[in-house]
Design a protein around this ligand. Structure first.
Ligand code: ATP
Ligand code: MG
Length: 510
């Protein structure tokens, strides 16, 4: 048996069947990408593997004694701990052992016995062998790689953004070195350079992993196998991501060929039956054809997953300045970036890249008025109407449904109009009345896109809008932004997403 054996698992939410009787195995040091459209059931599957969610039926068997590390898509820690303290908890068992060792030393200073001495040397060598004395330098290595040292090792976790917390949770996981890593969209909160670091880390990771991602470039470099959730089944392919895509296309083509051939046959039989069943001399032959038809294992029509079809319309623009930024300093307690001076025209499409892991979202939050500037000022011209897409999946009330959320933001829209717009953004009708907190990451992002589309604006401020989005939605969003006539300020780590339409890429260094 491999590390993990999944047998005949099925999962449904109401009428929504995610997968039926799915089986697969994971072997030692296999590096797996888990893919599928938004809402296909990827997160649900990982949660089933960790035991957080119980599938309707089927069996999930881990090899005994396997250590599993899991990073979820949503990130929740309300910790009073400082970053460094939190990272050290990855080794709390060793710190405890060290304390016990110190107690032994105290004891021995009072009264020396051979027994205690032996115990202390055994503790000492355990600590040495498990790298206790290199903990701090190991923590620094990983923290540097993921851009955490730049956030500040002494900041309390509770003050950090979702993205920053995600990095720190990921760092702790990597430090623990489990046998199997389960990562749900780990690149969402990382910058280009940190994604590169993670890529390398995963590529050479000795254990096994299952990583969910919509970033195909990322997957291609790290995977030795792919799990694909589609049409209510889970299929495993061996080989890297490109090989998977090729194989999948071939399978699809041959399936379509088989399906068409079968349809032709079925039609022939049916015509024969229709012609011959009433005539006594041929009724018997018709009967046997009916039996053949009934026996046939009929292929289901190849489904095409529904594609989103939203369109963005910009308010008129005037070919003038949209925004002036003068000596601006942004940050919470201290300035994160150098003073900024910038003028942006109202049809300009600007991308910010290159900050060292912090500062980009803070800049955007300052520009939309969520946090005050530390120094300097900025000014949007009167005709500039902003629409803002914030990075975190944060809702004022996540027990509302998408329908209620949109209705609160746009009270003039009728229910039919709201539903039409949500559907255009790729939300299925069954999700319209569901609580937002039960929707998948991609489904939640689609509600945010819907709000963006409905807002009358001519200047978009977008913070990592492609996080959580599946391939089709990402392509459509890219297309819409390239047609958008107004201005754009975008923060994104996916060059492939913006390089065709951006007018300026600003790489800001400390
Ligand atoms: N508690 C729940 N009640 C009802 N439906 C749910 C619940 N949890 C998840 N779902 C639905 O199950 C489906 C699968 O969700 P899941 O989060 O596994 O998708 P996913 O493949 O991870 O998608 P994404 O790429 O958007 O993250 C979604 O349509 C979601 O709305
Ligand atoms: Mg998910």
């Amino acid at each position: 048996m491999g590390l993990l054996e999944v047998k005949n698992i099925s999962h449904t939410f109401g009428d929504n069947i995610l997968y039926e009787k799915a089986s697969f195995e994971v072997f030692k040091s296999e590096h797996i990408g888990l893919v599928g459209q938004n809402g296909a059931g990827k997160t649900t599957l990982l949660r089933s593997l960790t035991g957080e969610v119980i599938p309707d039926e089927g069996e999930i068997k881990w090899q005994k004694g396997i250590k599993v590390g899991y990073l979820d898509q949503y990130v929740n820690t309300d910790d009073k701990l400082k970053v460094i303290e939190y990272l050290k908890t990855a080794f709390s068992h060793l710190y405890k052992l060290n304390e016990e060792l110190n107690e032994l030393y105290t004891l021995m200073s009072q009264e020396f016995t051979d027994e205690i001495f032996e115990k202390s040397t055994s503790y000492q060598s355990t600590l040495e062998n498990s790298g206790f004395y290199e903990i701090e330098s190991n923590i620094l290595k990983v923290a540097d790689g993921l851009g955490i040292t730049a956030i500040g090792m002494d900041r309390p976790l509770e003050n950090l953004s979702g993205g920053q917390k995600a990095k720190i949770i990921l760092a702790k996981l990597l430090l623990q070195k489990p046998d199997v890593l389960l990562l749900d969209e780990p690149t969402n909160f990382l910058d280009k350079e940190h994604i590169q670091w993670l890529k390398n880390y995963l590529k050479y990771f000795k254990g096994a992993f299952i990583v969910i991602s919509h970033d195909f470039e990322f997957l291609d470099e790290i995977t030795t196998a792919v799990l694909d959730i589609e049409f209510k089944s889970i299929k495993k392919y061996t080989g890297n991501f490109s090989k998977f895509l090729k194989q999948k296309n071939l399978n699809k083509e041959s399936y379509i060929r088989e399906f068409k051939a079968q349809q032709k046959q079925i039609k022939k039989h049916e015509e024969f039956i229709a012609r011959n069943r009433v005539r006594a001399s041929t009724a018997k032959q018709a009967q046997s054809r009916i039996k053949i038809l009934n026996k046939m294992e009929k292929l289901l029509p190849p489904e095409e997953a529904p594609k989103p079809s939203f369109t963005f319309k910009s308010l008129p623009i005037g070919f003038q300045k949209a925004l002036i930024i003068k000596d601006l300093k942004v940050g919470y307690t201290h300035s994160l970036l150098p003073r900024m001076n910038l003028e942006i025209m109202d049809q300009e499409k600007i991308v910010f890249t290159g900050f060292n892991g912090i500062g980009k979202s803070t800049l955007l939050k300052t520009l939309v008025g969520e946090i005050p500037p530390l120094a300097g000022w900025f000014h949007f011209f009167e005709n500039t109407k902003i629409a803002y897409f914030e990075q975190d999946l944060k809702w004022v009330d996540d027990t509302l449904s998408p329908l209620e959320e949109i209705r609160d933001a746009f009270p003039k829209l009728s229910q039919t109009e709201i539903r039409k717009n949500l559907a255009k953004c790729g939300l299925k009708s069954e999700h319209v009345f569901q609580k937002i907190c039960t929707l998948s990451g991609g489904e939640q992002s689609k509600i945010k896109i819907c709000k963006l589309m409905l807002k009358k604006a001519n200047f978009l401020i977008l913070d990592e809008p492609t996080n959580h989005l599946d391939e089709n939605s990402k392509l459509l969003l890219k297309d819409q932004l390239s047609k958008w006539e107004g201005g754009i300020i975008l923060v994104s780590h996916e060059a492939g997403f913006y390089k065709d339409w951006s007018s300026r890429v600003i790489n800001i260094k400390k």
